[in-house]
Design a protein around this ligand. Structure first.
Ligand code: 5GP
Length: 116
């Protein structure tokens, strides 16, 4: 699969598009989703040019998951969420709309949990 560097997350990484940044380090970036599925919906992306999880070299997987853990901890402390739904779509057939690997971190708020 060939990576398309014109996707919006690649543009955010290059500073060509703005984002509400939560965390950044050498390997990854976390920012707020522009159309949140719940309050506090965040995205975590690698700085490596991978479209899907299968294309991420293993040495970048641990730093990426470390950032996911950090952002989940922030969501739990700052937003006082009870749980976080982790979602990661691979390929357009799976519903992936932005072809740069990303994890959705969607807070599960108590009011929503009670509604089910
Ligand atoms: P996917 O469907 O590919 O798993 O999710 C892509 C996500 O990226 C969606 O939740 C969508 O709201 C978000 N998104 C798309 N374009 C932008 C953008 O320009 N900025 C931000 N912050 N999020 C975006």
């Amino acid at each position: 699969m060939s990576y398309n560097p014109d996707n919006v997350f690649a543009k955010i990484l290059r500073g060509e598009l703005p984002c509400f940044k939560i965390y950044e380090d050498e390997h990854s970036l976390a920012f707020m989703d522009i159309m949140p599925q719940a309050a506090g919906h965040a995205l975590v992306i690698p700085k490596f040019a991978a479209e899907t999880l299968a294309e991420l070299p293993l040495q970048f997987a641990a730093p990426l998951l470390t950032t996911v853990q950090k952002v989940m901890a922030v969501q739990k402390q700052v937003l006082a969420v009870q749980g976080v739904v982790l979602m990661q779509l691979n390929g357009a057939e799976a519903g992936q709309t932005v072809p740069h690997l990303h994890f959705h971190l969607i807070p599960a708020h108590l009011s929503k949990l009670k509604a089910h």
